[in-house]
Design a protein around this ligand. Structure first.
Ligand code: AKG
Length: 273
């Protein structure tokens, strides 16, 4: 059987970066003891999710925060999908960026959120990432000894074209560090992870920050794993914690063989004439 163990780390986000790094370190040590292969952190795991914070917390690659996560990966011999952090480039542009480190602490992937989260729900959530952030332009798929894995951030999951491109590129798992909110989370979170899993016959994994009612942006929590058959195989509540889950990659192949959706596509007619 071709399996791997993943851990969803649903952490509370503090205003101090150092506290967030300590929290991450404690979780990584715990999950490494359970022989986890890939640990996943939430979106903006080191920065309270607020547009005004992005410039204040933004750091260039190789920042102390970046290096401490890389060191944790190396020390614990574990892959870490470092949720996301505000990344500042040499021109001062800021991106919502997820880095992936391998078991030697080397960066093997980097995804800059491609779809910026600008919403205005009447009587509900308002947010405008584009006030402070720039969008990334690249689809991200990275390789491991288990399989290829697609990576995107939160709002990116709403765009089926992106997941499909990852799958066309060989992904059998799609990982989404996220922070849905109390307006869209209860209505859309589960459906989105099920839909992307079902239409691509992949495992989808959404890792959220824990809910904090004192924060200006209240995260939905509910970190989730959905199978290629569209079933929820792990789901957390709103509280801080972690969950370990073994994924069977042969099951992806089995589902794709039994119900060959990807093969049955009519790419020859998917054009507007
Ligand atoms: O799509 C949503 O409803 C939430 C997206 C979000 O919170 C984000 O992209 O950070």
């Amino acid at each position: 059987m071709n399996t791997l163990k993943v851990a969803m780390i649903q952490m509370n986000i503090d205003k101090y970066i150092s506290k967030n790094i300590d929290t991450t370190n404690n979780f990584i040590k715990k999950v490494a003891k359970e022989n986890v292969d890939i640990a996943i952190l939430p979106e903006m795991f080191c920065c309270p999710y607020e547009t005004s914070n992005f410039p204040l917390y933004s750091q260039q690659e190789n920042s102390p925060c970046y290096l401490s996560i890389s060191n944790m990966a190396k020390k614990n011999k574990i892959y870490i999908v470092a949720g996301s952090m505000p990344e500042r480039d040499e021109n001062g542009n800021i991106f919502n960026t997820s880095y992936v480190f391998d078991r030697n602490g080397n960066q093997i992937a980097k995804h800059r959120k491609m779809h910026l989260f600008d919403i205005q729900i009447e009587g509900g959530q308002h947010f405008k990432e584009s006030d402070k952030l720039s969008a990334g332009n690249n689809v991200t798929v990275f390789n491991t000894e288990f399989c290829k894995i697609g990576l995107a951030i939160c709002y990116d999951i709403r765009f089926p074209e992106l997941s499909r491109l990852m799958v066309d590129n060989g992904a059998k798992i799609i990982i989404i560090p996220a922070a849905f909110n109390m307006s869209t989370g209860p209505s859309h979170w589960e459906i989105l992870f099920k839909s992307r899993a079902l239409d691509n016959q992949v495992y989808t994994i959404g890792v959220s920050s824990a809910r904090n009612y004192d924060a200006p942006y209240i995260s939905y929590g509910n970190s989730i794993i959905v199978s290629p058959w569209g079933e929820i195989i792990e789901r957390m509540d709103e509280n801080e914690g972690y969950r370990v889950c073994t994924l069977d990659l042969d099951y992806v192949d089995k589902i794709r063989k039994e119900l060959p959706l990807l093969k049955h596509r009519r790419k020859d007619i998917y054009k507007l004439t």
